[in-house]
Design a protein around this ligand. Structure first.
Ligand code: UD1
Ligand code: CA
Length: 461
């Protein structure tokens, strides 16, 4: 998309409402879809436009909403508080005094339209070249809940009627108001001063600005865009639908532009900030969240859930869970591994079935093939932790560290009672419970010697 900087434009984002229809203790605009808050998605659509100023109107959970929008990192973002939520028109009234001097046009956006794209906004900009006001509209079979767009003979918008205030003829209109307007600053200020609350909700409706401008013979240009880029989210069913669309958009981008193979997009769930490299295959049931990055030629899934993880080129992660873990190049994880926070697997490592790791650094080429717990541990290169090895890291009060040096072979079912160090190249006998350090190149045996009682079974019978 090509954009010209719009220094004279301020974006006003309405994010003060509670979102009653969500039936939530959390303000609606803070609810997440595909890894980003609803209002965060709106901000991302605004970002490429390079507007002069962003004003976010906050109210419900003002502190939390402020923290969320500030995290988006816009240089010229301010928040204003709408103490009582007296309507969308009232919300914009609160924003007007905060506008910077050089602002000539105001782009008003709802905070609950996460599907919004920069391209749709660019169309709005094009339409206002020479016109005092423009707004985005869309057609849909069932516009229930949306304001209806009443057009004049000249094709401009005469007025907007809210669903609750509409008569039968108006309800039959299928063109809906997207709630996104680009208006000359002075005209907007004048119209806002004249808003009344004579409507079904007793609120100051921003939508009435249109009729006021029209009454003064100003043209309000409607720009029709697809529902898929402006649909609002008023309840959790719509939230789920929007999240599906956002994830699908991101997957389509990865497949078409990124050379990623996705076996079944419908059952592959990626946050919008997840990166996946070329020729990587995502199998069904894969959930990748919070900035997880997957390299090239990797294979992830089926049924794999990674949060804030890094997966290197050529790695395989099969039916596993990872949280804040690094999986090195060519590493193999799973099936059924659980990589917990602080797991760092070097390239060419193997973590196999039913292995749990936590705060564990595993060196290049090392293997933990089956049924093990590796917690608070530093494992060197080319180490083998055989089946059933457990780092006994917790004494009921404190956590202790285990170190296994390069080339060590820790036998099956070894309990490594931490703190403990297994020296380079050492062996431990299967079934050992080790409480003392093992020198390099030694064999450690820590188990009861076996006795066989001849004929014992016969005597018992
Ligand atoms: C609004 C429009 C409707 C349009 C729809 C598009 C009005 C009166 N109606 O309806 O024509 O079809 O959006 O999605 O504008 N907010 C505040 N302060 C308030 C009230 C709302 O900040 O006092 C914020 C909300 O947090 C929300 C946004 O404004 O982010 C829209 O409010 P909402 O109640 O969802 O409006 P709709 O009923 O969807
Ligand atoms: Ca809405």
């Amino acid at each position: 998309m090509t954009t010209t900087p719009a220094d004279d434009v301020a974006v006003v984002i309405l994010a003060a409402g509670q979102g009653t229809r969500f039936r939530s203790d959390t303000a609606k605009v803070l609810h997440g879809a595909a890894g980003r808050s609803l209002v965060g998605h709106v901000l991302e659509a605004v970002r490429p436009l390079q507007v002069g100023q962003v004003v976010v109107v906050v109210g419900h959970q003002a502190d939390e909403v402020t923290a969320d929008v500030e995290a988006a990192g816009f240089a010229d973002l301010v928040t204003v508080t709408q103490q009582e939520q007296l309507g969308t028109g009232h919300a914009v009234q609160q924003a007007m005094p905060a506008l910077a001097e050089g602002i000539r046009r105001v782009l008003v956006l709802p905070g609950d339209t996460p599907l919004l794209t920069s391209e749709a906004l660019a169309e709005l900009f094009t339409a206002t070249e020479g016109a005092p006001a423009a707004m985005l509209t869309f057609e849909l079979d069932d516009p229930t809940g949306y304001g209806r767009v009443v057009r004049g003979d000249d094709g401009g918008v005469d007025r907007i009627v809210e669903h609750r205030d509409a008569n039968d003829a108006e309800l039959a209109i299928r063109e809906a108001n997207a709630g996104m307007y680009l208006v000359d600053r002075q005209l907007l200020a004048g119209a806002l001063d004249r808003l009344g609350d004579d409507n079904a909700q007793g609120e100051l409706y921003l939508t009435d600005v249109v009729a006021i401008l029209r009454g003064d013979d100003h043209l309000v240009v409607p720009v029709v865009v697809a529902e898929s880029v402006v649909a609002g989210v008023n309840d959790r069913a719509q939230l789920a639908e929007a999240a599906v669309q956002l994830r699908r958009r991101h997957l389509d981008h990865l497949m078409r532009e990124g050379g990623v193979t996705v076996m079944d997009p419908a059952t592959t769930y990626l946050d919008v900030d997840v990166e996946v490299g070329r020729d990587t295959v995502l199998l069904p049931g894969t959930i990748l969240e919070r900035g997880t990055r997957v390299g090239e030629r990797a294979s992830v899934g089926p049924n794999t859930h990674l949060t804030a993880c890094e997966v290197g080129d050529d790695a395989t992660v099969h039916s596993s869970r990872g949280d804040d873990a690094v999986i090195g190049e060519g590493a193999s994880v799973g099936p059924f591994s659980h990589l917990r926070t602080g797991t760092r697997l070097a390239p060419a490592t193997k973590v196999g079935a039913y292995v749990e790791t936590k705060n564990a650094v595993v060196g290049r080429g090392s293997k933990v093939p089956h049924l093990a717990y590796v917690g608070d541990a530093t494992v060197g290169e080319s180490v083998n932790l055989a089946c059933g090895v457990i780092t006994v890291n917790y004494d009921g009060k404190d956590k202790h560290h285990t170190t296994v040096e390069d080339g060590a072979f820790v036998g099956c079912d070894t309990m490594l009672v931490a703190p403990i160090t297994i020296g380079a190249g050492a062996y431990t006998a299967a079934g050992s419970t080790l409480t003392d350090d093992v020198p390099a190149e030694a064999l450690a045996i820590g188990r009861a010697r076996q006795t066989n009682k001849d004929g014992w079974a016969r005597g018992r019978r």
